[in-house]
Design a binder for this molecule. Structure first.
Ligand code: NDP
Length: 451
């Protein structure tokens, strides 16, 4: 397109759809951002003339590779691995690795695109990336997971590095997998560098990294409520998921006097009307990270809980809903039920858990809506702090890191308020996050010229 030619939003999205056939998640993520920033983008001729939005929506590169490994019965398994490096305008690529059968190139492109804005919002120097494989860790032995991780890293190591691209964990990739992959990287390269974050404390990990995403999401909620003059204590919160983000969000809610009442996995959800205790949350953490069992077992162990097979928790009346499982797990019907039941806030602990229809409905209903790129940025923020500690070869104290996490979440909240406040004082956090994240990356890209 010639300099100065303007296409409207629909025309821009037609182009994105044409260039990315069969990639609905990626198109959805681009649309969500483009809808919010288009007016801002159009009012800045320099962004338009330099085709900044179109350049951000085209990953710097997508690497796809074969991952072969041998299972415990001696069968050869063949999986596909990817690393999507979306944009490194403001720092080395950074973003998690996901091991789940639902992983596709489209899912990783959407996550890498989102990560670009999220990382910019934190205020730390990190570009956006995401990676993973269609490997299902469920039911695999430790040795099988180890062989898979080693094989995965045997290709990935060529594309990453402490100043190049620093992956972290995500769904299906926790401390165990990061340990196996870091061990393999070190073995191949003979270098002990901060190439991965989420490492064990014994080998360069940071305190509070494990807790950071869930805690950060609750700090973000606290900031949103405080901005409206409300407190968090006593609020009934429904949570989906029972992994890293979900359990730590529940834990922070309990610490702040709120009442988390549900957790779930891909088979169903559990409901504890009186709210989870810390002991029960610890029980779930052990179930999911050590025993690797199903959430249904909770209801057998704790009679106060009910189990709802094949259902999601959004029909349970609540003040706040915090989806922490996966993308598109809260649809428009769920959003309508939440609003009808008096829900005042939805906080995305997961990445894009809310469908576009549900997002539109919640925004129109004036529910406080915290998008994942703002609310769950605490994890990558502490990953950024892990990189800083690795570069300086020091470890900061828990108190220092807790304070930094709180400050970073407040900074993200305030950036959203700056760019998302409407004439009547209501804050459109989605718009605020999208514009603030976009602006930082776009301004850096302008400085580089056409590259
Ligand atoms: P975990 O693997 O620790 O937990 C994922 C949870 O979600 C599990 O309870 C899992 O259930 C459930 N789940 C996964 N897929 C589905 C599905 N298709 N339907 C229903 N439930 C599902 O992952 P995390 O807690 O780390 O990540 C959760 C979300 O948060 C993801 O969207 C991730 O991208 C996002 N996120 C994570 C960050 C982190 O620091 N970990 C940082 C920022 C965002 P089951 O056991 O049945 O698979």
């Amino acid at each position: 397109m010639a300099r100065g030619d303007h296409v409207d939003l629909a025309g821009f999205m037609d182009g994105v759809r044409r260039r990315n056939p069969g990639q609905p998640e990626f198109v959805q993520a681009v649309q969500e951002v483009a809808e919010d920033i288009y007016d801002f983008f159009e009012s800045h001729e320099e962004y338009h003339a330099e085709q900044i939005l179109r350049r951000i929506a085209e990953p710097d590169r997508v690497v796809s590779f074969r991952v072969c490994w041998e299972d415990d019965r001696g069968n050869i398994r063949v999986q596909r691995g990817w690393r999507v490096q979306n944009n490194n305008a403001i720092g080395p690529y950074k973003g998690g690795l996901r091991f789940h059968p639902s992983v596709t190139e489209s899912v990783l492109k959407f996550l890498a695109f989102e990560q670009t804005f999220k990382n910019a919002l934190t205020g730390l120097p990190m570009g956006g990336a995401k990676g993973g494989a269609n490997f299902n860790p469920r039911g695999k032995s430790d040795r099988e997971v180890m062989r898979f991780c080693q094989s995965f890293m045997t290709e990935l190591y060529r594309h990453v590095g402490a100043d190049v691209d620093v992956p972290a964990g995500d769904i299906g990739v926790g401390a165990r997998e990061i340990g196996y992959m870091f061990g393999q990287y070190k073995r191949i390269t003979n270098q002990f560098t901060g190439v991965l974050t989420g490492k064990g404390l014994e080998f360069g990990g940071s305190l509070i990294r494990t807790e950071a995403t869930g805690y950060g999401a609750v700090y973000f909620l606290e900031n949103m409520l405080a901005h409206r003059g409300q407190g968090i204590a006593g609020l009934v919160c429904t949570i989906s998921g029972s992994g890293n983000v979900a359990t730590h969000a529940a834990e922070k809610l309990v610490q702040l006097g709120a009442k988390p009442v549900t957790l779930s996995d891909s088979d169903g959800f559990i409901h504890v009307p009186g709210g989870f205790t810390q002991e029960q949350i610890d029980w779930v953490k052990d179930l999911k990270t050590v025993r690797r069992g199903r959430i249904a077992e909770f209801a057998e162990a704790f009679p106060a809980a009910s189990y709802h097979e094949g259902e999601r928790p959004w029909g349970v009346p609540c003040d706040v809903a915090i989806p922490c499982a996966t993308q598109n797990e809260l649809d428009e019907d769920d959003a309508k039920r939440l609003v009808a039941n008096g829900c005042i806030a939805v906080v995305e602990g997961a990445n894009m858990p809310t469908t576009l229809g549900a997002t539109h409905y919640l925004k129109a209903s004036r529910v406080l809506f915290a998008p994942g790129k703002a609310a769950n940025a605490g994890g990558v923020a502490v990953s950024g702090l892990e990189m800083a500690q690795n570069s300086a070869r020091i470890s900061w104290s828990e108190e220092q890191l807790q304070q930094l996490l709180k400050d970073i979440m407040k900074g993200i909240h305030d950036r959203c308020v700056k760019w998302g406040t409407e004439a009547d004082g209501h804050v459109d956090y989605v718009k605020g996050a999208n514009i603030a994240g976009f602006k930082k990356v776009a301004d850096a890209m302008l400085a580089y010229g056409v590259v």
